[in-house]
Design a protein around this ligand. Structure first.
Ligand code: SF4
Length: 51
């Protein structure tokens, strides 16, 4: 089910709603990609899984 509280455009993720740019999980974990995080790119969706 689409979770309109979590917007996402990563269509390669198995949890992406596909027809709309939202996640279907109830919650996600956002994690550091690099530490310390200094840019947007330093963060990631830790709940991503390949389709
Ligand atoms: S788990 Fe993360 S990457 Fe996957 S659809 Fe949800 S928010 Fe996007």
């Amino acid at each position: 089910m689409i979770n309109k509280s979590i917007g996402c455009n990563v269509r390669d993720c198995r949890y992406h709603a596909q027809n709309e740019n939202y996640c279907t999980l109830n919650s996600i974990q956002v994690v550091n990609h690099s530490t310390p995080a200094t840019t947007k790119e330093s963060t990631d969706c830790g709940s991503f899984e390949k389709r």
